[in-house]
Write a protein that binds this ligand. Structure first.
Ligand code: ARG
Length: 366
């Protein structure tokens, strides 16, 4: 066998053994499957996952995601197998289904939709967006309106003919590209994207700031790798942990930079660091996020509960005989990290597959 082909078979066999083992499938079935895969690879240079393999492989990829604190729930992932899709139009429809299903009117369901795998080094279909739902960012005389993290994507959308309303919360369209075709732009239909207006339980005037965030984070630019097969388009979502929005998206200086605005609203003196006005504003903003999602009936987890869940995950993995890998710098929450057990122990950041990987963005090749 050719070297690459042999490497693929090794990866496939490693996956199949663990997958079938975890699913408690009989050894004869596994042996037969390995034989079939060997033949398929010999004839075609690749192999095709069964729906069961795809489903369990995607769950394992979540379980192996070292940056994710929410992995206790890896087995609950809903997997939509859309390897049948060939056109950008069909892909767009499948993505709308994903958003609708995952949002579930606020009772969020962890979901992944898997599109066709890479074949002979070519990606049959790709999405250019980092997440299915993101806000545009515009540069206006040296300042940014909206989310500055998405300036490049906003410009690309504009170059493809899109025009936003120039509010701070314009939902970006999707850009989907079939192999060998020009990318196509798709607007998300009005009313599809659930958003949460941010208010505070007892700081008056908070709601009047007009801050909001979308309900579901759906990462769409990562490559899913299962048993040596690459899925370059496999958008997935869980639900938010409050700090992602309250301590990063809305708080980072190079994102929405709201802490000075909130401190002002709270009447805090911002001329001395020693007053900890930054910390006070940060905590209140995070309270507001937790409060608002709860009020809107949208699933969200606070970082203390998330850390407890992660502890349960570690215990569960240990009893299953699987070492827990993790990226400490990502696992610790950005608010009060040392109040969680995660802060106080080391994690091995070993990369285990199946997993999700960063990949070159078509956006950068512009
Ligand atoms: N941190 C990202 C954001 O704020 C989302 C990453 C995925 N988060 C999740 N809870 N699954 O949009």
């Amino acid at each position: 066998m050719h070297e690459q082909i042999e490497e693929l078979y090794t990866k496939a066999a490693d996956f199949i053994e663990r997958c079938y083992g975890e699913l408690g499938l009989p050894a004869v079935q596994q042996q037969q499957r390995l034989q079939d895969i060997k033949n398929e690879i010999r004839v075609s240079g690749t192999y095709t996952h069964t729906p069961t393999e795809l489903m369990h492989g995607a769950k394992m990829a979540w379980r192996n995601s070292n940056r994710c604190i929410g992995r206790l729930l890896w087995e609950t992932l809903e997997v939509f197998d859309r390897r049948d899709i060939t056109t950008a139009d069909e892909a767009f429809d499948a993505l709308l289904d994903h958003i609708r299903f995952a949002t579930n009117d606020g009772d969020i369901r962890s979901t992944i939709t898997v599109f066709p795998p890479r074949k002979q080094g070519r990606d049959p279909i790709r999405i250019w967006n980092h997440q299915l739902i993101r806000y545009a960012g515009y540069e206006v005389d040296g300042n940014v309106v909206g989310d500055s993290a998405n300036r490049a994507m906003t410009k690309t959308c504009e170059s493809l003919g899109w025009q936003g309303a120039h509010t701070s919360y314009d939902i970006l369209p999707l850009i989907i590209q079939e192999d060998g075709h020009l990318p196509k732009l798709y607007k998300l239909p009005d009313g599809l994207v659930k958003e949460v207006p941010i208010s505070h339980p007892d700081i008056p005037g908070f709601e009047a700031l007009g801050v909001k965030w979308h309900a579901v984070p759906i990462i769409s630019d990562m490559r899913l790798e299962i048993g040596g097969i690459d899925y370059p388009m496999a958008p997935f979502n869980g639900w938010y942990m409050g700090t992602e929005i309250g301590a990063r998206n809305l708080a980072d200086e190079d994102r929405y930079n709201l802490l000075p605005v909130i401190a002002k609203q709270m009447g805090l003196a911002t001329n001395s660091n020693r007053s900890l006005w930054i910390d006070k504003a940060l905590v209140e903003l995070n309270i507001a996020v937790l409060h608002s999602f709860h009020q809107s009936g949208v699933t969200l987890i606070d970082h203390h509960t998330a850390a407890k869940q992660f502890k349960a995950f570690e215990k569960k993995e240990n009893s299953a005989g699987r070492p827990v890998t993790g990226n400490w710098t990502w696992l610790i929450p950005p608010v009060s990290p040392a109040t969680t057990h995660i802060f106080h122990k080391p994690y091995r950041n070993d990369i285990v597959t199946p997993n999700f990987f960063h990949q070159a963005s078509p956006l950068d090749e512009e």
